[in-house]
Design a protein around this ligand. Structure first.
Ligand code: NAD
Length: 490
């Protein structure tokens, strides 16, 4: 190294099951982030010029790389998060479906469309089209390091934007893999770039000259990002945490409901934004449901069905939530106070937990679930909705599924199956309240990364010229009469 070269600070990503170093990555500072954004701006013009079809072709080739090298990517996701490779495959498979959907549908959703111009301006041709924003900064979490960021990245790219992607400091290797795979199919310009580091690198991206920030992570960080983005009036999408409820009606298929609750609560060690953290069960089927749930929960084995906690610090949160539930009269039917180990947490089913316990109110993000008896579905809805969060929810009911789903104050609801909305590419994904706002996936997810451009083109001069100082008193009189005839009847 010469005296003018500076040592680049680096950090390691670790395998949370073993603490082995998976990879070493640079900590990008504000200058490096700003340089990436400047490069992205030039690349964005070129990428936009490829048009929908040109971009779709490249996105499909990217998808092909992911599909062909699936085992390699699964292994890396598993190494950095600790999740079983089968779970890694599930999130990658869903992400591939999303890339394909975004590529196939961008033109239809965002391309020019005629709109009615109305009677008074019938001489105009009205069109709207969705143009790319320019450069989108994507900040990702670690829990689904492929599926979650690609929900923003793929849709932003399909809409014609360049992207600077800052993966979580726990999964930088997965981020680098995805960006390198993209560079294999789009080698001409840095359309998708990676910046790595901790919160400060993310903050630098928010403060840079980007046209939008798509953030997925905790509500606390989301608030900081929104406040910082206000400086430049940079728009943001916030995909934050959840405290999702599953409600079980008296007529529900209890085997299916118990299976969904167990999977929704414990899958990915509960480190799932749309994981089931609360269950409300109709009193008529409460005992039977709890018996089925506990039987299934006892069969779930950490280390086999799910991995360790990816972030060691989360162990303390899970311990605190279980302790609070137990201290306030709750009982653990499975797991309990000693379920939290050094790396792994055993499945924990809690009952009789007061609604104001932190185990019911705050996001636990661990393999625990509270189960509460309710007298009817009105009470189930009321309790489920009594949350600062509003991300996903699940209903098990044979007759009233749609009605109950509509009444749940969340961005998404699954009926009679767990989390199905996340895998359906046509459905928008996002929340309300502390879960954030804005949408990824589906047509809404494409429009989130585009700017509506309205164009009115005059075809001929109207005999009743209204927008000129040459307007006559006669024109005013006729317009007044016309509007009374058109709108004044009631
Ligand atoms: P986190 O908020 O700690 O970090 C998320 C990302 O933000 C990381 O890349 C981090 O480096 C970055 N960051 C931290 N401080 C920053 C700052 N001041 N400015 C800019 N960037 C900053 O979240 P996490 O622990 O990585 O992820 C877990 C959370 O994500 C949970 O709350 C979970 O529910 C949520 N999540 C939500 C969704 C969703 O789609 N709604 C999906 C997955 C995870």
């Amino acid at each position: 190294m010469t005296s003018t070269e500076q040592a680049v600070e680096t950090f390691d990503s670790l395998n949370p099951a073993t603490d082995e170093v998976v990879g070493t990555h640079p900590v990008h500072d504000a200058d490096a982030v700003e340089a990436a954004v400047t490069r992205a701006r030039a690349a964005a013009t070129w990428w936009a010029s490829l048009g929908f079809d040109g971009r779709a072709e490249r996105l499909r080739r990217w998808k092909g790389v992911l599909a062909r090298r699936l085992p390699e990517l699964c292994e890396l996701v598993s190494a950095e998060t600790g999740k079983p490779e089968g779970d890694a495959q599930l999130e990658i498979v869903l992400a591939i479906e999303h890339i394909e959907w975004a590529a196939r549908n961008a033109k239809k959703v965002l391309g020019p469309k005629r709109r009615s111009s109305g009677l008074l301006l019938s001489n105009q041709v009205a069109t709207v089209e969705y143009q790319p924003l320019g450069v989108v900064g994507v900040i990702g979490p670690w829990n689904f390091p492929v599926f979650t960021p690609l929900g923003s990245v793929a849709y932003a790219l399909a809409a014609g934007n360049a992207v600077v992607f800052k993966p979580s400091e726990y999964t930088p290797g997965v981020g680098a893999w995805l960006v390198d795979a993209f560079a294999e199919v789009v080698g001409e310009k840095p359309v998708l770039q990676l910046v790595t580091g901790f919160g400060a690198t993310g903050a630098a991206l928010v403060g840079a000259d980007v046209d939008k920030i798509a953030f997925t992570g905790s509500a606390a960080t989301g608030k900081k990002i929104m406040a910082a983005a206000a400086d430049r009036l940079t728009p943001v999408v916030i995909e934050a945490g959840g405290k999702d409820a599953l409600i079980v009606d008296a007529d529900a298929d209890l085997d299916a409901a118990a299976d969904a609750a167990v999977w929704g609560a414990f899958w990915n060690a509960g480190q799932t934004c749309v994981g089931v953290e609360r269950v409300y069960v109709h009193t008529a089927v409460y005992e039977e449901f709890v018996a089925k749930l506990t039987r299934l929960a006892r069969e779930v084995r950490p280390g086999e069905h799910y991995g360790p906690m990816t972030m060691r610090s989360q162990l303390g949160v899970v311990r605190r939530h279980i302790a609070d539930a137990l201290a306030r009269g709750g009982r653990a039917l499975v797991g309990g106070a000693d379920a939290v180990g050094d790396r792994y947490v055993r499945p924990t089913v809690l009952v009789d937990v007061p609604e104001d316990s932190v185990a019911v109110r705050e996001e636990t993000f661990g393999p625990t679930v509270t189960v509460t008896r309710v007298s009817d579905m009105d009470e189930a809805i009321e309790k489920a909705n009594d949350s600062a969060y509003g991300l996903g929810s699940t209903v098990f009911s044979r007759r009233r599924g749609m009605e109950l789903a509509r009444r749940l104050r969340t961005g998404m609801t699954a009926i009679n199956a767990p989390l199905a909305f996340a895998g359906i590419a046509t459905l928008p994904f996002g929340g309300m309240g502390e879960s954030g706002f804005g949408r990824i996936h589906g047509p809404e997810g494409l429009r989130e990364f585009a700017r509506p451009k309205a164009i009115a083109r005059q075809r001929y001069r109207m005999p009743l010229a209204m927008t000129t100082f040459a307007r006559t008193a006669r024109t005013d009189e006729l317009v007044g009469k016309l509007i009374t005839v058109l709108h004044g009847r009631r």
